[in-house]
Structures are given as C-alpha cells and as structure tokens.
Design a protein around this ligand. Structure first.
Ligand code: PAF
Length: 281
C-alpha cells in the first residue's frame, strides 16, 4: 500500500496512473469504520486502483468543538486499509489543501440551505471546497460516497455536473451496526447506554417505513417519529423530513409510483446523528 503525503508527488503520481488504470477514490476524514470499508470494497471491485484520502476538513465543521473532538485513529485507519487491500492512501495537510486555493464557488440552487444546511451553516460549502480540491489532485474516474450523507451526495453530484468533471459519482448503501444504528465515526463518542438508546433511531424509522402509505400526509409521520424518539432517554430529534431523492424537495404527501427519502437528524446527548431510508411506493 502506497502512502502519499507530499503534494507534488501526489499530482505527479495521480496524473500518470490514470492514463493506464481506472482510478477509484474514497475521500474520508479518517476514524474509519465498516461503512468506509464497504466503499473501499466497492471501489476495489469496480476499478483498477483504489485511493483513499484521509483529511479532517476544518471548513466543514460549523461547530469548533465538533472539529476538535473529531476522532483521530490514523494507525488503526491505515491497518484497516492495508487489510482490505487499498492501493494508495493520500494524507494531505491543511496547507496542501488550502494554500493558494480559496474554494470552489458553485450554484447550490438551494440544496445547501435546507435540512442539514439549516442546522449546519457553511457545512456544505466546506464539503464542496475540499472535495473539489481532492478531485483536482487525485483525478479519479469514479468516486464512492455513502448513502448515509444523502444531502452531501446530491450536492457532490450537482457540483461534479456543474464543473463538467468527468467523474462518476457512486452511492453505496448504509452499513449498520447489529442494533440497526447507522455506522458513523461519531458513534465512537457515544457511551454504551447512549449507543443502545441511539438504536431506537433506526427502529422508529423502520416503523414509519413499514406503516406509511400512498396518500398519507408526511407531516403525520414526521410528528409520529419525533414524538416516539423523544420518549427515549437522551434522544432529541432535530428534523424528520420526506423528500425527492434527486431534487431534495420536501414532499407533503406520498404519491403513487414515487420514490421518497425519509431523512432524520437526532441528537443523542451531545452527539448529532443522521440517518435515512429510501422508500418506494
Ligand atoms: O463524508 C465525509 O466523510 C466528508 O464530508 C468528506 C466527503 C470526506 C469531505 O471531507
């Protein structure tokens, strides 16, 4: 497994390798778990050379303490990547990413101001800044993102299309713990009891997913979810919405032959967790 942490080496290596190999890219902020590994596995299946970046991007944290408390397990990350068969790890530092680079100006067409964006101002601009820069350095043919960050995925797809980048953006399914809790680096910050309580998020989402019907008003089901979540100790729902998977437009009613994504954000103590389920009617 090759490790690159020098920018000129990165530009040179990635520029050359893409000429005779299909390059797959998994950008991460480290603190890897099985969810990330499933993206790497998908890339290994679909491409000739898999690159993983590890960079905790300060620009996407609207909360300073969230950034400061972000878990850092670089040795464990590297061991996991070696074991799964990753080909290259790219570990830039802040200067290499942001010196001489102001960011990427995109037209979000409103995608950044709702749901996650409403509660995390500036977050998506920070994500776009770093992903655009990483794409420019790694120049992959395919990039793999988790479905868990549904809004991020929609925004990256839009950015890639707007910038005319020839990169295929692939979405991989959410990987869950045995309890159903969506895997996230933030889960490491939960106590044992909170981890048990946080499993109610997916359990309650599944109840809604199995009960919601064509013709239902979505508000009725978001109220149901929020009410039940808040019966669980330490959990507080921030939002529960139902939206169109492509435009992210919020949907008031479930229509026949439609695909709807139920997206939730829930605080478990001081840890903010997100999850979603794709529903087909
Ligand atoms: O999903 C993440 O881990 C981050 O938002 C990403 C895409 C690596 C950008 O920092």
């Amino acid at each position: 497994m090759k490790i690159i942490n020098n920018l000129s080496e990165a530009f040179e290596f990635f520029e050359a390798i893409r000429l005779n190999k299909v390059v797959g890219f998994v950008p991460t902020m480290g603190a890897l778990h099985q969810g990330h590994i499933s993206l790497v596995e998908q890339s290994l299946k679909e491409t000739d050379l898999t690159v993983v970046s590890i960079f905790v991007n300060p620009r996407q944290f609207n909360d300073k303490s969230d950034f400061e408390n972000y878990p850092n397990n670089q040795q464990m990350d590297m061991d996991m990547l070696e074991k799964v068969g990753c080909d290259v790890i790219f570990i830039p530092d802040n200067k290499q990413i942001y010196d001489n680079y102001a960011g990427y100006l995109m037209n979000f067409e409103g995608l950044d101001s709702k749901y996650e964006g409403e509660f995390r101002p500036g977050h998506f601009q920070g994500v776009v800044d770093v992903v655009f820069r990483l794409f420019d350095i790694v120049k992959p043919h395919k990039a793999f993102f988790g479905q868990k960050d549904f809004q991020q995925l929609a925004i990256i797809k839009k950015m890639t299309a707007q910038a005319g980048l020839e990169i295929e953006i692939l979405s991989c399914p959410i990987v869950r713990e045995k309890s159903g809790l969506a895997m996230s680096s933030r889960n490491e910050r939960l106590t044992q009891t909170q981890r048990v309580n946080a499993a109610s998020i997916y359990a309650e989402m599944k109840i809604v997913a199995n009960s919601i019907n064509i013709g239902d008003k979505t508000k009725q089901w978001s109220n149901h979810f929020v009410k039940n979540i808040e019966k669980v100790e330490d959990l507080k729902a921030e939002y529960c919405i139902f939206c169109n998977p492509n435009t992210l437009e919020e949907l008031d009613e479930v229509l026949q032959n439609s695909v709807v994504v139920m997206c939730v954000a829930v605080w478990c103590g001081k840890v903010r967790l997100i999850d979603n389920i794709i529903l087909e009617f």
